[in-house]
Structures are given as structure tokens and as C-alpha cells.
Write a protein that binds this ligand. Structure first.
Ligand code: HEC
Length: 106
């Protein structure tokens, strides 16, 4: 049932929160989430304040748990959204994306 509901909600082309994304965390969906305004209600995306992930090389030193907390801080704060469950596919995708940036701006 949960999967069915996800499919109905996620009928559009850009499906970041639905059952499909939940099935497969990926770097690509992390990148899409980072640039999407759907994580919050403020009309901003992570990319609005961290263009291209610049300055987020802290990802290299934090554990996944701590990085997830930090990400949720930005979701609950500036984005005015709902924190993501640490084990959710969306959070795992964001972690993959941020880790991929870790070495880029040292
Ligand atoms: C309205 C602006 C804003 C938005 C939107 C925003 N952030 Fe942030 N973020 C900040 C500020 C300000 C800080 C703390 C100062 C800093 O370290 O750059 C921060 C810090 C961080 C850090 C820690 C960086 C460090 O060096 O301590 C991470 C990781 C991060 N944000 C990720 C995200 C992610 C992922 C999103 C989207 C879900 C997001 N942010 C959305 C403003 C924002």
C-alpha cells in the first residue's frame, strides 16, 4: 500500500520523494535534491546558499550521522522543511552527493 501511495503522489517527471527514489539512493538523485526547492517550503534549495556545494568539504570529516544532522539543520532551518529520516533514501542520496564533493574545494 505504501508503495502504491508513493507512486500516485509521485506522478511527475521529477520524482524525488516517491517510492522509486526510496528504492534506490543514488548520487544523481542526491544532486537533484540538492538543487530542488522541494525539501522545504521557503522556495530555496541547498544550492541557493551553497552553490555547487562550495564550502561543504566538511563532508569529508563528518560521520554520516553527524552530516545527516547538519543537513537536517539546514532543512529545518533556512529551508523550513521537514527533517529527513537518517535511513531514508533521500538522506542517503544527499549524503552520497555531499561526500562526492568533499575533496573538490580543499
Ligand atoms: C538559506 C541558506 C541555506 C540553505 C538553503 C541551506 N544552507 Fe546549509 N548552511 C547555511 C549556513 C549559513 C551554514 C553555516 C555556515 C557555513 O558553514 O557555511 C550552513 C552549513 C551547512 C553545512 C555545514 C558546513 C560547515 O562547514 O559547517 C552543510 C553540510 C550544509 N549546510 C548542507 C546543506 C544542505 C544539504 C542543504 C539543503 C538541504 C542546505 N545546507 C541548505 C545556509 C544554508
Amino acid at each position: 500500500m505504501k508503495r502504491l501511495a508513493g507512486l500516485v503522489i509521485c506522478g511527475g517527471l521529477l520524482c524525488v520523494n516517491g517510492a522509486w527514489a526510496a528504492a534506490a539512493p543514488s548520487l544523481k538523485s542526491g544532486q537533484e535534491l540538492f538543487a530542488s526547492d522541494k525539501l522545504g517550503t521557503s522556495g530555496k534549495s541547498c544550492d541557493s546558499c551553497h552553490p555547487g556545494g562550495k564550502g561543504l568539504n566538511i563532508s569529508a570529516v563528518l560521520s554520516d550521522d553527524d552530516l545527516a544532522d547538519t543537513i537536517n539543520g539546514c532543512i529545518a532551518g533556512p529551508l523550513k522543511g521537514k527533517p529527513l529520516a537518517p535511513e531514508s533514501a533521500d538522506m542517503k542520496s544527499l549524503l552520497l552527493y555531499l561526500k562526492s564533493l568533499a575533496g573538490a574545494y580543499k
